[in-house]
Design a binder for this molecule. Structure first.
Ligand SMILES: Cc1cc2nc3c(=O)[nH]c(=O)nc-3n(C[C@H](O)[C@H](O)[C@H](O)COP(=O)(O)OP(=O)(O)OC[C@H]3O[C@@H](n4cnc5c(N)ncnc54)[C@H](O)[C@@H]3O)c2cc1C
Length: 390
């Protein structure tokens, strides 16, 4: 039996007791991997903007890639177990967690939900075993929040389709084996499986990021990129895309929670060690107030994402619920990270304390899978029945 306490000193309301044994086992083995293998390389990978490719076999051995998909060699995790895996990775390395949420979560979930039998058999076992890397190719330079207006064309050409257009901010695009490219066909938006290297698919790494520096994101040019008709996923339309993004939002919420926990742990530890005016700064009332607020907000977010996971498992979660979990958790984590930075004083801006890395990385999580504003509008639409955007 693993400890019911989720994280000593952080799990204020003993939410670990709300988890199943299987979920605790996933949490513990991902945490061990993150501490033993990811932590030693995370800081330097971030600094040098290099993805730690060599960790993929160890990641695969955790049997969490493929996430909630149940068949085709995927682990069939509960949404909470997948969330815990995300939390534990993000607690150590936000960039790596972002790689994982796409290749180990969003891509297999999308192929499972939208693909043909042949597409599932070809890709899901390989994604689960870590032998293939996936990318989700939706955002365009001129269409981010309004991705439903995407202009990438998918033109019928005999027994295939030709993809033309430009994509931006595509995670894993420079290192992927399968890319789900969303384009506009005659009958609406559809997803096509492209297998790079492939003629007409050119991914160029985006340089100079100050967030999630070791996660490779890319601009993608699709120039006469021809794929056989068998590579088109049968289920499409922006409704399918929105459904997949909605599922990814729970992952982003757990991701932000992991980073908030990391920052709280660092700040608490620092406040107990750092002395000013002859005493640990943790003894000052104002510092305690900050720590209490941080832990309180983390606790509320923790309870929210566990309940969201249970609702997802029962098929009762709405788009508004996942949107709210994502927007509130990322906003909370951003505030917690900034407060932690403050508690560390000048040392807070140093790379070797990790808080600044989390603070920067959270800016990316705040924006992707729908910005704070867009997720607010998704919630607003659900509450009022009136859409403030199309
Ligand atoms: C690190 C990173 C990784 C990513 N990974 C992927 C990936 O793997 N695949 C992929 O397809 N995409 C990916 N994205 C893209 C991401 O989903 C978009 O950046 C996001 O949807 C926002 O789009 P945008 O950057 O074009 O901002 P914009 O849409 O231009 O938004 C700019 C600002 O305007 C606000 N805004 C826009 N519309 C409205 C409105 N109607 N009402 C109120 N405010 C509004 C936004 O909230 C925001 O504050 C990634 C992005 C980042 C930064």
């Amino acid at each position: 039996m693993t400890d019911a306490h989720d994280t000593p000193l952080v799990d204020f309301y003993l939410t670990g007791s709300l988890l199943t044994d299987d979920e605790r086992a996933v949490r513990d083995r991902v945490r061990r991997f993150a501490e033993e293998h990811l932590r030693p390389v995370a800081r330097e990978a971030w600094e040098r903007e290099v993805f730690p490719h060599h960790l993929l076999p160890e990641l695969a051995a955790l049997e969490v890639a493929g996430g909630t998909v149940a068949d085709y060699g995927c682990p069939g995790l509960s949404p909470v177990a997948f969330g815990l895996a995300m939390r534990e990775l993000a607690r150590v390395d936000s960039s790596f967690a972002t790689f994982f949420t796409v290749s180990g979560g969003l891509v297999p979930v999308t192929i499972a939900a939208c693909g043909t039998e042949e597409q599932k058999t070809r890709w899901l076992p390989r994604l689960a075993r870590g032998e293939a890397i996936g990318a989700f190719v939706l955002t365009e330079p001129e269409h981010g929040s309004d991705a439903s207006h995407l202009t990438t064309r998918a033109t019928r050409d005999g027994d295939g389709f030709i993809l033309d257009g430009a994509k931006r901010w595509i995670g894993n695009a420079t290192i992927c084996d399968v890319a789900i490219v969303w384009g506009r066909a005659e009958d609406g938006i559809a997803g096509f499986l492209v297998e790079p290297p492939h003629p007409g698919f050119v991914a160029t790494k985006i340089e100079g990021k100050l967030a999630q520096r070791s996660a490779p994101q890319a601009d993608v040019r699709l120039d006469g990129c021809r794929v056989p008709a068998t590579h088109r996923m049968p289920r499409g339309g922006f409704g399918a895309v929105a459904e997949m993004l909605s599922l990814a939002r729970q992952s982003a919420a757990w991701h932000a929670l992991g980073e908030a926990i990391a920052c709280y742990e660092i700040a608490r530890d620092y406040a107990l060690r750092r002395e000013q005016f002859g005493k640990p700064i943790a003894s000052f009332q104002l510092v305690q107030a900050k720590l209490v607020r941080m832990l309180g907000e983390i606790t509320k977010a923790q309870l929210l994402v566990i309940q969201l996971g249970r609702l997802l498992e029962r098929g009762e979660a709405t788009a508004g619920m996942t949107a709210y979990a994502k927007l509130s958790t990322t906003a909370m984590a951003r505030e917690v990270a900034a407060t932690a930075r403050d508690i560390l004083g000048g040392n807070g801006i140093l790379h070797n304390h990790d808080v600044m890395r989390h603070l920067c990385d959270l800016e990316a999580v705040f924006t992707y899978e729908g910005t704070y504003d867009i997720n607010t509008l998704i919630g607003g639409r659900e509450i009022t029945g009136l859409a403030a955007f199309t």
